[in-house]
Design a protein around this ligand. Structure first.
Ligand code: AMP
Ligand code: ZN
Length: 468
């Protein structure tokens, strides 16, 4: 095992990573609420999660990652009021909640695949763990942490914990009623939150379960506590999510888990920053989002998005623009083109990776110190432009790709396998464009597409890739 450092929100500094069990990492990642399309913002969070997992594995750790799918209980407001996001969407789309969950879960995994994010080792659905959540609420009830608001639900009393809010460094006494989230009548403290909500009397819910307190559904936070502890134990190594989860979702997960077990919940909390569009957070509710389908529709290689995310540190805000994605695509394809050229000259010869090489050392230092991928990408280009032997450069880049996940081996192979006929069409199109015969060039593009390839014009000429 190599050393690894990461910024821990709990403690607010970069810390040397020490797993509970030597060489092993138990990790929980908050997954999506599956009531709408996965967008580029979510994908940044999950690409960064994937980079964390890959880095740990590359450094020699054995990682077991669990991710949830929230298919019930995430209300439209943070105040534990309003409707369940899933039920609301089902009404709008005139579908069952189960159909909504299935449709958007599939879209989520398809989107992850498009940017080469490996699904977690264990993916768990909230609706399949209601019993575990009820048991956890009972445990809290026995310890005196809960209270009932008649006709509303069972709530967690945050004033019973001396360190509530330690993750977000929230000072309880300074929060005025209604300041952070709307004040629910009957709540003892502004920061208290629902563990179990009763079904409304006047409306039939599609998803509801019996419980010792009455028919209803679980709160959003209890889901992640119950499922993470079930699969990872009461204390585990790393918990991840977007920065928006710090002050409420993760704060409440810690409160209820530690109240129930009297043990620390997760040792390291890793939070990924947002994608913005025109200075605003990309979000489902603001309707300012793009999906992987929008990228494909514009003829852009979805993997260019992964490359683009690599160029921005995970703790920084990231403003998404189409020109930046196109620039990332050009750089990504230039890299593949370069590798393909070397590969065709080097052939099948096995080349050992030189781990003492200064480029290798630099790359490793950057990724293992708080996932400094933008610096690691800079090392890639320094290597490409260096005077090292082509075969050595190739070996290093393919080794690093275990962490980067840019599918370099596959993409290079794809380049080397473009059929002669498609290459001929591309050459002909190139000549026609030089002669400014654009209409004819365009019809050749269509022929290329019909043969299953996409052609892009680049500084060096053109780039051919299989259509996705
Ligand atoms: P949700 O389905 O809203 O719970 O979001 C799933 C994950 O994506 C969470 O970890 C969020 O923090 C994250 N997320 C949502 N919107 C964005 C965004 N604009 N940029 C980055 N991450 C986001
Ligand atoms: Zn969660």
């Amino acid at each position: 095992m190599e050393k690894f450092w990461i910024y821990n929100t709990l403690g607010r500094k970069i810390m040397l990573f020490k797993p509970i069990e030597e060489g092993k990492v138990r990790m929980y990642s908050c997954g999506p609420t599956v009531y709408d399309y996965t967008h580029i913002g979510h994908l940044r969070t999950y690409v960064n999660t994937d980079l964390l997992v890959r880095t740990l594995r590359w450094l020699g750790y054995q990682v077991f990652q669990v991710m949830n799918i929230t298919d019930v209980g995430h209300l439209v407001t943070d105040a534990d009021t309003g409707e369940d996001k899933m039920e609301k969407k089902a009404r709008k789309e005139k579908a069952t909640v189960w159909e909504i969950a299935e449709k958007y879960t599939r879209f989520f995994f398809d989107s992850l695949a498009a940017v080469n994010v490996k699904p977690a080792d264990k993916v768990v659905k909230a609706t399949q763990h209601i019993e575990d959540m009820i048991k956890l609420v009972q445990r809290l009830e026995e310890k005196g942490y809960t209270y009932l608001i008649p006709g509303d639900g069972i709530y967690f009393d945050t004033s019973k914990l001396s360190d509530y809010g330690k993750l977000a460094t929230v000072d309880l006494k300074k929060i005025k009623p209604g300041a952070r989230v709307e004040m629910v009548p009957g709540k003892r403290n502004p920061t208290d939150f629902a563990l179990w909500k009763f079904s409304p009397r006047d409306k039939k819910r599609q998803m509801e379960w019996d419980s010792p307190w009455g028919v209803g559904f679980p709160g959003w936070h209890i889901e992640c506590s119950a499922m993470s502890m079930k699969y990872l134990g009461e204390t585990f190594d790393i918990h991840t999510g977007g920065v928006d989860h710090i002050s409420l979702h993760h704060t409440n997960e810690i409160a209820q888990s530690e109240a129930a077990t009297c043990k620390p919940f997760a040792h390291y909390w890793v939070h990924f920053n947002y994608v913005l569009v025109d200075g605003q957070k990309m979000s489902k509710s603001k309707k300012n989002f793009y999906t992987i389908e929008d990228i494909k529709k514009k003829g852009i290689d979805p993997m260019a998005l992964r490359y683009l995310f690599l160029t921005a540190h995970y703790q920084r805000l990231f403003n998404f623009t189409w020109p930046s994605l196109r620039a990332a695509e050009a750089a990504y394809h230039r890299l593949i083109g370069q590798l393909a050229k070397w590969q065709s000259r080097v052939g099948e010869k096995e080349v050992k990776v030189d781990k003492d090489n200064p480029f290798f050392q630099k790359f490793k230092e950057f990724v293992s110190y708080n996932l400094k991928f933008p610096e690691a990408v800079a090392v890639i280009w320094q290597l490409v432009n260096s005077s090292l032997k082509e075969e050595e450069k190739l070996a290093l880049l393919l080794e690093w790709d275990k962490v980067l996940g840019l599918k370099l081996t596959d993409k290079v192979k794809e380049q080397l396998e473009v059929p002669e006929e498609v290459k001929r069409l591309a050459e002909k199109r190139q000549r026609l464009r030089q002669e400014k015969k654009y209409a004819q060039a365009d019809s050749l593009r269509q022929e290329i597409q019909a043969a299953g390839y996409e052609i892009e014009d680049t500084q060096e000429g053109y780039y051919l890739r299989k259509r996705t």
